[in-house]
Design a protein around this ligand. Structure first.
Ligand code: HEC
Length: 222
């Protein structure tokens, strides 16, 4: 920058430029009022928006709105029960991945025609209350203890039974959550594990309230 003070002195005591207010260096002027207004409105809107929609910055914001998504979520859960997955988690250690069980200890679920693929009431009762005592499966006698799985919900029991009834060489009808619920209701007083003889009776083979005859029930209404 050329030094202006030399110039100013030349013309006498008061150079006209001295009477002007010195200019601020460019770029450091205060922003105009309208710009402040814009800046604050944007900041205010931004803060409001995050407060309203960021779910309190929680890691699972949808959980906060579970009332609003409840109807959708419930449906998804029911549909999401995967019989194969329940089998892997709950049954496979004993009955094995191929459904062949362990000879003499855990009976096979594959082609266990009297039990797995027999009338719906039998496998449902076995899962709800367990099974003990002498049992004949595919010509072999077992005498073990099958634990009860009554703590699983109706959908899970229906899904895992449908899975075993339609896996390997099995090809039987599906079992619905309504059927499980009907048996559960009818057997609320039962606490002991079933014995094979009991399950072979007509009364314990069927699902209460089901249409007479081994009805291939109308398509599940899901
Ligand atoms: C702790 C080992 C164990 C687990 C886990 C187990 N079972 Fe069993 N299961 C047995 C035994 C033992 C028997 C035979 C009981 C007897 O001898 O009276 C049996 C019998 C059965 C029977 C009737 C006999 C047959 O072979 O068809 C069915 C059906 C059955 N289990 C299904 C299941 C399903 C489905 C699951 C998973 C939800 C499961 N079991 C989990 C041990 C088990």
């Amino acid at each position: 920058m050329p030094d202006q003070s030399d110039q100013r002195k030349e013309g006498g005591a008061r150079h006209p430029l001295d009477r002007e207010r010195t200019l601020e260096p460019e770029g450091t002027e205060a922003p105009p009022l309208w710009l402040w207004i814009v800046i604050f409105s944007v900041a205010f809107f931004g803060a409001y928006y995050m407060g309203a929609y960021m779910g309190d910055f929680s890691a699972d914001p949808h959980y906060m709105y579970r009332d609003r998504v409840a109807s959708v979520a419930e449906e998804t859960e029911v549909v999401a029960v995967d019989g194969a997955q329940v089998y892997t988690q709950r049954c496979q250690t004993c009955h094995q991945a191929d459904g062949e069980g362990v000879a003499g200890v855990f009976p096979p679920l594959n082609q266990a025609t009297q039990w797995v693929t027999g009338p719906e009431g039998r496998p449902i009762r076995i899962l709800l209350h367990g099974l003990g005592g002498e049992l004949n499966v595919r010509g072999e006698t077992y005498n073990g203890q099958m634990p009860a799985f009554g703590q699983l919900n109706d959908e899970e029991i229906a899904a895992v039974l449908t899975h075993v009834r339609q896996s390997w060489d099995n090809d039987a009808s599906e079992i619905t959550a309504d059927q499980v619920a009907a048996v559960r209701d009818a057997e609320t007083d039962r606490t002991d594990p079933w014995r094979a003889e009991e399950l072979l009776t007509e009364e314990r083979s069927t699902v209460p309230g089901a249409a007479s005859g081994s009805a291939d029930e109308p398509a599940a209404d899901e």
